[in-house]
Design a protein around this ligand. Structure first.
Ligand SMILES: NC(=O)CC[C@H](N)C(=O)O
Length: 409
């Protein structure tokens, strides 16, 4: 069998295919000409499995999604206190490119709006750094987070620089209050090149999954930032990642997220997954229209709202295999992560008989149940004899779609 998660992501995208509200960003000429119909989704679980659908191979510029990662790098390079001295953590309730600072301190309100992001960029590496070293710092960190070498799209960077009056105004404003010292043009050029890093949805989901896993890149196992830094970044994303839509987003979708004007979007679910979407048409606030709708659907379907308190103990799955028959043992609470692991195991097993043992499971979420039954259904379609050991009835009425049931053991 084949794991059904990409099929599900395809289905979410298919449902959004006719949505053509919004428009590509027009203040950066190179972005205005992007193909607006592209769309893609990806999820990387906290254990490093990536599932994607749609135009997953298309690269686009990271734009503002670089901000949380540059903030992480600035904290690692200067310490949290050093960063908090010049950039706050309060939601601004304003547009991303607003020329605004806190009243008394003159700090930018948070690192997710441009004023705070340009300041965080200025903090990279150390006080006597060159512009090129700052860009290399963020490029190399993002590359290690994504698990492959990322490059700057110099055409997009050059195009944005031609129309960068607003960001230049922000940098000059920051200089007048002594928040940054470097020449405004140099800072904006570096920041714009940071925003022009080319990524795919799979890269973004892996970068987000690293935050979700407390700074450990789930595929390489490398600790790329201390857990406290990952936590700080995710908390600021929750407070301010969606700019002036942050409160609406956090209550409705419940996934700390960050969007970019090229149409990308990432979300983080601590201990669970990194999620990403791509679709270039933006709403008035600069967030991808289809991306927003895809996140709403994923959150609702998969029970991903951060404040839905129904998770219980961490879940897991184990395999007991004697060569002809395999027993899959689920434990704890079964929601997306354990069910995705279960489906991955089912997809690689080549056995005549598969017994699913749920005797040690205490709760199965709705998404856990649907994913588990779909896996059993697909195994049976492949001609596998499927059996279920469920003395506690945690999977009541296990209909495999066609009215059939697994054999009871
Ligand atoms: N929201 C965004 O993605 C904005 C990023 C863009 N480079 C800018 O600074 O205007």
């Amino acid at each position: 069998m084949k794991t059904p998660i990409p099929d599900y992501l395809e289905e979410v995208l298919a449902e959004l295919r006719d949505v053509d509200d919004g428009a590509t960003a027009d203040y950066i000429p190179e972005l205005a000409s992007a193909d607006p119909d592209r769309s893609a989704l990806a999820i990387t679980s906290a254990d490093g499995s990536t599932y994607s659908a749609g135009d997953a191979e298309v690269a686009f510029t990271i734009q503002s999604i670089s901000k949380p990662f540059a903030y992480a790098a600035a904290i690692m390079d200067r310490g949290l206190d050093g960063v908090l001295e010049v950039v706050g953590v309060e939601p601004s309730g304003e547009a991303f490119d607003e020329l605004s600072l806190e009243g008394e301190t003159h700090r930018p309100k948070n690192p997710m709006i441009n004023a705070g992001a340009i300041t965080a960029h200025a903090l990279l590496v150390g006080p006597t750094t060159t512009a090129a070293d700052r860009v290399e710092r963020i490029r190399s960190l993002c590359s290690r987070l994504a698990g492959r070498e990322l490059a700057v799209d110099e055409r997009v960077a050059a195009s944005e620089l031609e129309t960068a009056d607003r960001n230049l105004a922000i940098a000059h404003m920051l200089r007048t209050y002594g928040i940054v010292d470097d020449p405004a043009h140099e800072l904006v050029e570096g920041y714009v090149r940071q925003c022009a890093l080319l990524v795919t949805v799979e890269d973004l989901s892996m970068m987000a999954a690293t935050l979700a896993a407390g700074g450990v890149q789930p595929r390489t196992g490398e600790q790329l930032m201390p857990p406290e830094v990952a936590r700080q970044v995710m908390a600021v994303m929750a407070a301010a990642g969606m700019y002036d839509a942050a409160g609406d987003w956090l209550t409705r979708v419940g996934i700390p997220a960050k969007s970019g004007v090229a149409g990308g979007m990432v979300g983080v679910l601590p201990d669970r997954a990194g999620i990403s979407a791509f679709s270039p048409r933006l709403d008035a606030r600069g967030n991808s229209v289809r991306g927003r709708m895809a996140f709403e659907r994923l959150s609702a379907d998969m029970g991903m709202h951060l404040f839905a308190a129904d998770r219980g103990l961490p879940d897991r799955v184990e395999l007991d295999d004697d060569g002809t028959a395999a027993t899959l043992v689920l434990r704890g609470t079964v929601e997306f992560t354990a069910a995705a692991q279960l489906l991955d195991l089912m997809a690689t097993l080549r056995r005549d008989t598969v017994l699913l043992d749920v005797s040690r499971v205490h709760t199965v979420s709705d998404v856990g149940r649907r994913m588990t039954l779909e896996g059993l259904r697909r195994l049976r379609l492949d001609g596998v004899r499927v059996q279920l050991h469920d003395p506690g009835e945690v999977l009541p009425d296990p209909d495999l779609g066609d009215g059939g049931r697994p054999e009871r053991r």
